[in-house]
Design a binder for this molecule. Sequence first.
Ligand code: F6P
Length: 319
Amino acid sequence: MKRIAVLTSGGDAPGMNPAIRAVVRKGIYEGLEVYGVYNGYQGLIEGKMEPMTLGFVGDIIQRGGTKLYSARCPEFRTEEGQKKALEQIKKHQIDGIVIIGGDGSYQGSMVLTKHGIPCVGVPGTIDNDIPGTDYTLGFDTALNTVVEAIDKIRDTATSHERTFIIEVMGRDAGDIAVWAGLAGGAETILIPEVNESMESIVQRLESGSSRGKKHSIIIVAEGVMSGNEFADRLKEHTAMDTRVSVLGHIQRGGTPSARDRVMASQFGAKAVEVLLQGTGGRAIGLRHNQVVDYDMKEAFEGKHELDLSMYHLSKELSI
Ligand code: F6P
């Protein structure tokens, strides 16, 4: 293996930049040439890639987003698109690729691996929902962004004795909602994994207000329904003064936290080590606090399991 490439794909996440840095520097440290591919799989199809230097990845460890840009690429799902990408890979003499992204991004890399280009996946998504790993890059930073927002909203919620519904990201997984809800002392957390009746939600809100609570915080994961839709439903059951706050894409930006930088460095370096063994179709992850590699198929054939004990604990603590 002489020359490897790195790309970022799918929704961006804080931690992608430090992961790119780790792949480039570890690769160069090991005597490899490292190419950066721009705009994810789209860039691979178009041959938008260039050699990376140590300096190119300088001053990015603390930056959110991805210096290589990211994209979702429907063309890569077609045989035609895959053929074009393989031609570019051959043309640039790339021997292996590190893909930083979510499980959707991993599926593309299996195609390349099957065609003899070993690929290794580094989990990068704020949703923390890739099967086979306990952690995905960006989750900690996003979580801290949400908790900071909850704390601020709580101030104004208290002043006006209001109920606030805060919509957070998480299309299929409730990780951000549960962790942020527990850390932010939310009264109620709505997640795709658990179906709670409106009666029980209202009963908890009312019991809080009857014992003198001045405000309530409800966290809604976007995968359940929108914050506005939930507010409309709640209005049918209570006369509480309610406001909605949709946090949106601020959750995807910002300086990566120390945890994300450290994990990104470890994941990126491990990905290069795995590629150096000539193995493809592997995903990097964290299991029992150890950085590991595992069969990438697990990432899209398995199921992500949210730790529901935190959800239940949050309920116990918000009585
Ligand atoms: O990165 C994952 C995620 O943040 C999901 O929680 C969300 O539904 C989605 O990306 C939105 O992404 P985009 O606006 O880029 O399509």
